[in-house]
Design a protein around this ligand. Structure first.
Ligand SMILES: Cc1cc2nc3c(=O)[nH]c(=O)nc-3n(C[C@H](O)[C@H](O)[C@H](O)COP(=O)(O)OP(=O)(O)OC[C@H]3O[C@@H](n4cnc5c(N)ncnc54)[C@H](O)[C@@H]3O)c2cc1C
Ligand code: SF4
Ligand code: SF4
Length: 397
């Protein structure tokens, strides 16, 4: 069983454990410590008690896995409508580096139907082999069946590292799989590396509101699992002469599902999706008022791109949250990113700093955005944007 217990006879009510608990899970009642429902069983309070009054009992989640049995880097090749998502190719690029550092194979896991061409493409983008579960009943993503199949594969082949895109599907799948396997998961990593001595995956992600970067390790359990948002990593140049193996693993396809996907319908958008756009024009509080966001939209339209926003103007209600770029918005990586009247707070940079070219327009020459900008224009965005729109219209017709 798993649980935490205060040994009442030993507790002297010193309150030391309360300070140690970051989750507010310890209260005092009748001068004795009491654990409430906030407890995450993190264990931090145990060593703080000088009276051995706190006991954590662990079940197999606390046991250490036999790490030596695990080998290989895996990437979940998410697919929709028979096409592998771009994030999978990005993860293969990063996975290749990790696998080469550890001298272990890089594999992709593909679940769906009629995906032979996509499997070959994954090899071209860096995979050594593909575990391809080809079955009509798993054509569409389903939490239950995909989790079950993925867990079967991991239990059978025992990869050391598993990378999953932090997409809607990935964010649903990864914690389910990690929980079933009793292993750790680091969400929304912005950097991955290997500790060559200990062969550990170093998973870096923003913490405490983006004010510091935390590097997280998973020393006792396998696989080491991480999700990474789209556009954070770069794919390799495809090499269609690469040769890899496509393995059709023997798995049990679950049939007794609570949810069945009958059909998937694609929405048709007139505007370019923010995460897929090559050009993004984003506006911030420097626009002055809500109506000036139309200038941002106009320039984006003229350039065939998408319109983004800082959180300040989303919070102010000038524009919908779906446009927000940054740590709590979308992560983007266009060829060109216009930051118009955006100061360049770390939380905004977290979502766009991998853009190839950054053009910043700001009236303050010391604005932090200029530190990462490729080109900077110092001036009033409300005057500069109409000029840019006019010039680009003339040039592009
Ligand atoms: C946990 C957390 C998560 C967050 N997540 C995000 C996120 O995902 N995305 C995000 O964007 N922010 C996020 N933030 C907020 C972030 O810290 C900043 O507050 C925000 O990015 C500021 O937006 P801004 O640059 O538009 O506004 P400001 O910081 O107010 O900057 C406005 C800029 O416009 C310039 N300016 C003013 N007038 C003009 C003019 N007429 N012409 C040209 N320039 C002008 C100013 O010099 C200034 O640099 C988050 C914050 C926290 C704490
Ligand atoms: S630190 Fe130990 S003795 Fe002190 S209040 Fe907490 S449980 Fe009781
Ligand atoms: S185990 Fe962690 S969350 Fe639970 S009471 Fe102790 S410090 Fe708080």
């Amino acid at each position: 069983m798993t649980g935490i217990e205060i040994i009442i006879e030993k507790c002297v009510g010193c309150r030391l454990c309360i300070k140690e608990c970051m989750f507010g899970a310890i209260e005092m009642k009748d001068k004795k410590a009491v654990i409430n429902d906030n407890c995450t069983l993190c264990g931090a309070c145990v060593p703080s008690c000088k009276f051995d009054a706190i006991r954590i009992e662990s079940d197999k989640t606390q046991e250490t896995a036999d790490i030596s049995k695990y080998n290989g880097v895996w990437v979940f090749a998410e697919q929709k409508h028979c096409a592998v998502s771009q994030v999978a190719f990005e993860l293969l690029g990063e996975g290749r580096k990790l696998a080469d550092t550890l001298s272990i194979p890089l594999s992709a896991v593909l679940i769906g139907s009629n995906l032979q061409d996509e499997a070959n493409k994954l090899i071209a983008f860096g995979a050594d082999n593909i575990y391809y579960v080809d079955n009509q009943s798993v054509e569409y993503y389903n939490d239950e069946s995909y989790t079950d199949i993925f867990v079967q594969l991991i239990e059978k082949y025992k990869p050391e590292i598993v990378l999953i895109g932090a997409t809607t599907y990935g964010r649903s799948l990864a914690p389910r799989v990690a929980s079933r396997l009793n292993t750790g998961l680091t969400a929304d990593c912005t950097g991955l590396a290997i500790d060559p001595e200990k062969r550990l995956l170093l998973q870096t992600r923003p913490a405490f509101g983006g004010n510091l970067m935390a590097t997280i390790i998973c020393p006792n359990h396998r696989p080491q699992m991480a999700t990474v948002r789209p556009k954070v990593m770069k794919p390799l140049e495809p090499d269609y002469s690469r040769i890899g193996e496509i393995i059709h693993p023997d798995v049990i396809i679950p049939t007794d599902l609570k949810t069945k996907v009958l059909d998937a319908v694609q929405t048709v958008c007139e505007t370019v999706s923010l995460t897929e756009a090559d050009i993004i024009v984003s506006g911030g509080r420097g626009l002055g008022e809500a109506k000036n966001y139309a200038l941002v939209e106009e320039l984006a339209r003229v350039l065939g791109g998408a319109a983004g926003a800082s959180r300040a103007i989303v919070d102010a209600g000038w524009v919908d949250y779906s446009h927000q770029v940054g740590q709590t918005g979308k992560t983007v990586g266009p060829k060109v990113y216009f930051a118009c009247g955006i100061s360049g707070a770390v939380q905004h940079l977290a979502g766009m700093s991998s853009s190839d070219i950054i053009i910043a327009i700001n009236k303050d020459p010391d604005a932090p955005i200029f530190k990462i900008a490729t080109f900077g224009i110092v001036g009033d965005v409300r005057e500069i944007l109409p000029e840019l729109i006019k010039k680009f219209k003339e040039r592009l017709g």
